[in-house]
Design a protein around this ligand. Structure first.
Ligand code: ADP
Ligand code: ADP
Length: 237
């Protein structure tokens, strides 16, 4: 469960990112957050792993408070919450497999070194993550040689290697062409269904949200202005 109680975010320059948000996301739900640029989608998602600190109110993720968490508690939180970005954030000069093993660094601080020897079970977790997104044959290819869609699948595999309880995806398909965007959304949806990982995705486009979301949250000016199913969103627009 992710639970926001009267959560506001004010950035240091005074901009309001979130304005008194109340929201509950049950375990295993696939939620898509929509809204225009500046509506507060990124801020909402980034509070869940503590990347953006909450200014007031209470935020609970998987039974633990995020507001007021210590640095150690935030590290622990981030090990359980995986994040995917618009820009993939891969190490482009290194192999797909090593990029996915970065996910194990988040999961277990005992992984020896990015450039050293990996534990057998970490490598196994990384391969099974690559299998789940269908690019295991690219394990030894450099990330920079992959297409955008393939790179985003590597980023998804990296998050899966973390074995997270929550997956956050901040505009994960914004830099992909529509067919590829659909494939990546389908991967995220399938992973949510197969593994039951709570997933929160920010999207610019309502049509993708309608196709893939279980629940759509609409934002404007830091507030939640719509919360319902895709068919309720059809009626609202
Ligand atoms: P998006 O609209 O895709 O969420 P932006 O392009 O608005 O992202 O922001 C990119 C980065 O700049 C983010 O890290 C965001 O936190 C930061 N940012 C956005 N707006 C401002 C602002 N007014 N002042 C400072 N940083 C900002
Ligand atoms: P969205 O993801 O919907 O584009 P954001 O959450 O990025 O919206 O932004 C919400 C508001 O907060 C916007 O007014 C944006 O300019 C502002 N903002 C975002 N990041 C920062 C930042 N680091 N510093 C100051 N203002 C920011």
């Amino acid at each position: 469960m992710i639970r926001y109680t009267d959560v506001s975010v004010r950035y240091p320059n005074g901009t309001v990112g979130l304005d008194a948000v109340d929201l509950e996301i049950p375990d295993g739900q696939f939620v898509v957050v929509v809204g225009l640029s500046g509506a507060g989608k990124s801020t909402l998602i980034r509070t869940i792993n503590g990347l953006v600190p909450v200014t007031s109110g209470q935020l609970e993720v998987a039974g633990r408070r995020v507001d007021g968490a210590s640095k150690r508690q935030l590290r622990e939180l981030r090990s359980r919450v995986g994040m995917i970005f618009q820009s993939f954030n891969l190490v482009s000069r290194t192999t797909v497999l090593k990029n996915v093993l970065v996910g194990r660094l988040h999961a277990t601080p005992t992984v020896p070194s990015l450039f050293g020897v990996y534990r057998k079970d970490d490598v196994e977790v990384a391969f099974s993550a690559l299998e789940r997104v269908g690019i295991v044959e690219k394990a030894y290819t450099r990330a920079s040689q992959l297409s955008g869609g393939q790179q985003q699948r590597v980023a998804i595999a990296r998050v899966l290697a973390q074995q997270p309880e929550v997956i956050l995806a901040d505009e994960p398909v914004a830099s992909l062409d529509p067919p590829t965007a659909n494939l990546v959304m389908r991967d995220l949806q399938r992973i949510n269904r197969e593994l039951g990982i709570t997933t929160v995705v920010n999207l610019h486009f309502l049509d993708l949200a309608r196709t893939y979301a279980q629940r759509i949250i609409g934002m404007r000016a830091g507030k939640i202005v719509f919360d319902g199913t895709p068919s309720e969103a059809d009626d609202a627009v």
